[in-house]
Write a protein that binds this ligand. Structure first.
Ligand code: AHR
Length: 625
C-alpha cells in the first residue's frame, strides 16, 4: 500500500469519538465495579429479582445464622426508611450464635488493607456489645471490632478494620454478646481504598481499567436497564440518589438485584473523576419493546400513561438541574449535599434505547424532546434508532429523527467481523444534513462469542472508518463493558473480572489505543494498492488524525490479511520533529485472546517504509511541533 497524506484536506472530527457503555449487566455494578463487599446488605432481595420467581432470592439471601439459642427473622414494622422496608431481627436467648454474610462469591480481603464497616442497629430488648469479625473460610479471624448497638432507635455506627492476612473468600460475621433482641440493617463493608478514595465508591482496579481506556464519555446506566422490561422496571434516576437507606432498590432485568448504591450521583462523580462527559440514557416513557414483558415487569403494556407524562418529563428536566444547577436550586442543592457543589456540566442526554418506534413511543419521545429542547436548548438530546436489522423501526426511527430534527441518534449493531469489514463505507455516503450518529452499542460477534484478535481487529478496522467519518459519527461505545466471571449473561464483553483480578480482552486493547491516540482532525490519505482485489482491499484500513492540542499526528493501520503488507507513507507537507516516532503493534493469530500491544520507539525514517505484520493493528505517533 502506498499512502500519501493530504494535510491540506484535513477536516475537524469529533473529539468525543470513543467512550464507554456502562450497563449493569453481568454483575457489572453490585458485586462488580461498586466496591460494596456485602451482598444483600439491605435485606431487600426478593423472589421477583430472578426470572421464574426464585424463592431463594428473598430477604435472607447471602445471610446465615449459625449456632443455637437464637433466631434470625426479617421484619418490616419499623424500618429505617420506607424505601427500605426489610431488616434483620436477631433474638438471642443465649449468646453464641453468629449471623454471617458471604459477599459476592466470598469477600476478598487483602492483608494490611483497611476496610470500613458500617451498619444501622436498634436494640429493642436487652443491652450489650456486638462482635463483628472478618473470618476466612478456614475460620481464621482476619479482623474484628466490638460495637455498641443503639438502644434509642435506629443509629448508624461505623468502624475501620485492618485485615491481618489475605483471604480470597472471607465472610463477615456478627455475634451479639448478650441476650436480647437486636435489629440490623444496611450492613456494609467497603475497602477504604476505593477509586480516588471516594465514600461509597468504586472498586479501584476495575475503575482504573476503565479510566485507562481514556473514554471521552461514559454512557450509563444501560442499555436495556435504562428502560427496563416493564413500566415498573423503568430506571428512575431519582430513586438512585441521596442516603443509601433512602434509595429504592429494584429488580435488574438481567436476573438479579440492583441496590442502586451505584446511582446517578456516583456515575456523575466517576465521569468527573476521569474527565469523561456524562451521558445518561433515560427511558422515552416506554419500557423495552413498549411492553411489560415479564411477570414482575410491571404488568402494563405500552408506555407511561399520558396523564403521568408531565411528572415523568419533570423528572428528566430535574436531572439537568441536578447535574448543572447551582446550589441554590432544588436539585443542585441535593447534588451539593451529596458532596459535589460544582456542576457536573451535563451536555448530552439519551432518550430511549433500541425502542420499537410505535405511536406510543413517538408521542412520548416527542413530548420529552420538545420539553428538554425548550427548557435546556444547550443540552443535546440523543434519540434512538436501534439496530438496523430490526428493519422498519430503524427506518422509522430515522424518519422521526428527521421530522423532529433530533441532533443525534443512537445506533446499535452487534454483527459478525465480516459485516464490519464489508460495510466500512457505512457512513461514507451519509447525508450530512441528517442527525449526527452516536454508535452507542457495537461489537463483532463470532459463533461462540469470543473476544479475540479477529473480533478486535475487525473493530479496529471499523474504527478507522468512524474516524474518517468523525464529522458525522460523534461518539461510539463498544458494548457491553464489564462482565463478572461466573455471572455473565452476555458475551463478548470488554473487561472480564472476578473478585481479585481484572482481565482486559484484546478488544479492550483496541479501545484503549483509540482512546490514547484520539485526534480532532482527520487527514485523508490517497492510497494505491498493488493488489486491488476487493478481498484484499477491504482487509487493509488506515486513518490519519491530528491532535491539535499537542500537534501530534497519529497513523493507524489495520492489516486483517494472513500475510504481511508493505506500506510506504508520504507525509506530504507534514514535517515531523524529533528523530523518532512511537510505534505500537498488536498482532497474533485470529483466535488469539491474549494478544497484547507492544510499544517502542522507531527512527522517523522507518515510518515511510513499514511492514505491517499479518493480523495486526499498528499505531504510529509523531511529533510535528
Ligand atoms: O449490550 C447488551 C444489550 O444489548 C443492551 O442492554 C441492549 O441495549 C442491547 O440489546
Amino acid at each position: 500500500v502506498k499512502l500519501a497524506v493530504q494535510a491540506d484536506r484535513a477536516k475537524p472530527i469529533s473529539n468525543l469519538l470513543t467512550g464507554v457503555f456502562f450497563e449493569d449487566i453481568n454483575y457489572a455494578a453490585d458485586g462488580g465495579i461498586y466496591a460494596e463487599l456485602i451482598q444483600n446488605r439491605d435485606f431487600e432481595y426478593a423472589p421477583g429479582d430472578k426470572e421464574g420467581h426464585d424463592t431463594a432470592w428473598k430477604s435472607t439471601h447471602s445471610w446465615t445464622l449459625q449456632g443455637d439459642h437464637a433466631t434470625f427473622t426479617i421484619d418490616t414494622a419499623t424500618p429505617i426508611h420506607i424505601n427500605n422496608p426489610h431488616y434483620a431481627v436477631l433474638d438471642i436467648k443465649a449468646p453464641g450464635a453468629v449471623l454471617f454474610n458471604t459477599g459476592f462469591d466470598g469477600i476478598t480481603i487483602r492483608k494490611g488493607e483497611q476496610y470500613k464497616l458500617s451498619l444501622f442497629t436498634k436494640q429493642t430488648r436487652g443491652k450489650g456489645k456486638l462482635l463483628v469479625q472478618l473470618v476466612s473460610r478456614e475460620g481464621k479471624v482476619l479482623a474484628q471490632t466490638n460495637i455498641t448497638p443503639s438502644t434509642s432507635g435506629w443509629k448508624r455506627t461505623s468502624a475501620m478494620l485492618v485485615a491481618n492476612a489475605d483471604a480470597p473468600d472471607a465472610r463477615l460475621q456478627l455475634q451479639p454478646l448478650s441476650i436480647g433482641r437486636l435489629q440490623l440493617d444496611m450492613i456494609s463493608f467497603f475497602p477504604q481504598k476505593t477509586f480516588k478514595e471516594r465514600e461509597n465508591g468504586l472498586r479501584a482496579d476495575l475503575a482504573q481499567a476503565v479510566a485507562d481506556i481514556h473514554p471521552r464519555f461514559i454512557r450509563f446506566p444501560g442499555g436495556c436497564v435504562a428502560h427496563g422490561d416493564g413500566l415498573g422496571n423503568i430506571y428512575h434516576w431519582k430513586n438512585t440518589i441521596g442516603p443509601l437507606e433512602a434509595r429504592i432498590p429494584q429488580r435488574n432485568l438481567w436476573g438479579y438485584h440492583q441496590t442502586a448504591g451505584l446511582g446517578y450521583f456516583e456515575y456523575f462523580r466517576y465521569c468527573a473523576d476521569i474527565g469523561a462527559e456524562p451521558l445518561p440514557v433515560l427511558s422515552a416513557g416506554v419500557p423495552c419493546q413498549n411492553s411489560g414483558t415479564s411477570a414482575t415487569g410491571g404488568g402494563q403494556q405500552g408506555g407511561i400513561p399520558l396523564e403521568q407524562m408531565d411528572a415523568y418529563i419533570q423528572d428528566i428536566l430535574d436531572l439537568v438541574e441536578y447535574a448543572n444547577g447551582d446550589i441554590n436550586t432544588t436539585w443542585g442543592k441535593k447534588r451539593a449535599e451529596a458532596g459535589h457543589p460544582q456542576p457536573f456540566n451535563l451536555k448530552y442526554i439519551g432518550i430511549g434505547n433500541e425502542d420499537l418506534i410505535t405511536d406510543i413511543f413517538e408521542q412520548r419521545f416527542t413530548m420529552i424532546y420538545q420539553a428538554v429542547k425548550a427548557k435546556y436548548p444547550g443540552i443535546t438530546v440523543i434519540g434512538t434508532v436501534g439496530p438496523f436489522w430490526e428493519g422498519t423501526d430503524y427506518e422509522e426511527g430515522w424518519q422521526l429523527a428527521g421530522k423532529l430534527k433530533v441532533p443525534m441518534v443512537d445506533e446499535h449493531y452487534y454483527v459478525p467481523p465480516g459485516w464490519l469489514i464489508h460495510n466500512q463505507d457505512f457512513y461514507d455516503k451519509y447525508d450530512h444534513s441528517k442527525s449526527k450518529v452516536y454508535l452507542g452499542e457495537y461489537a463483532a460477534h463470532l459463533p461462540g462469542r469470543p473476544n479475540n484478535l479477529e473480533t478486535a481487529l475487525a473493530e479496529a478496522l471499523y474504527l478507522t472508518a468512524l474516524e474518517r467519518n468523525g464529522d458525522v459519527v460523534s461518539m461510539s461505545s463498544y458494548a457491553p463493558l464489564l462482565a463478572k466471571e461466573g455471572h455473565t449473561q452476555w458475551n463478548p464483553d470488554l473487561i472480564y473480572f472476578n473478585n481479585s483480578e481484572v482481565k482486559p480482552t484484546v478488544g479492550y486493547e483496541v479501545q484503549k489505543l483509540y482512546g490514547l491516540h484520539a485526534g480532532d482532525q482527520y487527514l485523508p490519505a490517497a492510497a494505491t494498492l498493488s493488489n486491488n482485489q476487493e478481498a484484499v482491499r477491504k482487509r487493509i484500513a488506515w486513518s490519519v488524525v491530528r491532535d491539535t492540542k499537542t500537534q501530534d499526528l497519529v497513523i493507524k493501520l489495520v492489516n486483517l490479511l494472513p500475510v504481511s503488507v508493505h506500506t510506504t507513507m508520504d507525509l506530504g507537507s507534514i514535517h515531523p520533529t524529533g528523530a523518532t516516532a512511537v510505534k505500537t503493534v498488536l498482532q497474533g493469530q485470529p483466535a488469539d485472546k491474549n494478544a497484547r500491544p507492544v510499544t517502542g520507539s522507531i527512527p522517523l525514517a522507518e515510518v515511510s517504509r513499514m511492514e505491517l505484520p499479518a493480523y495486526s493493528f499498528t499505531v504510529i505517533r509523531l511529533k510535528t511541533n
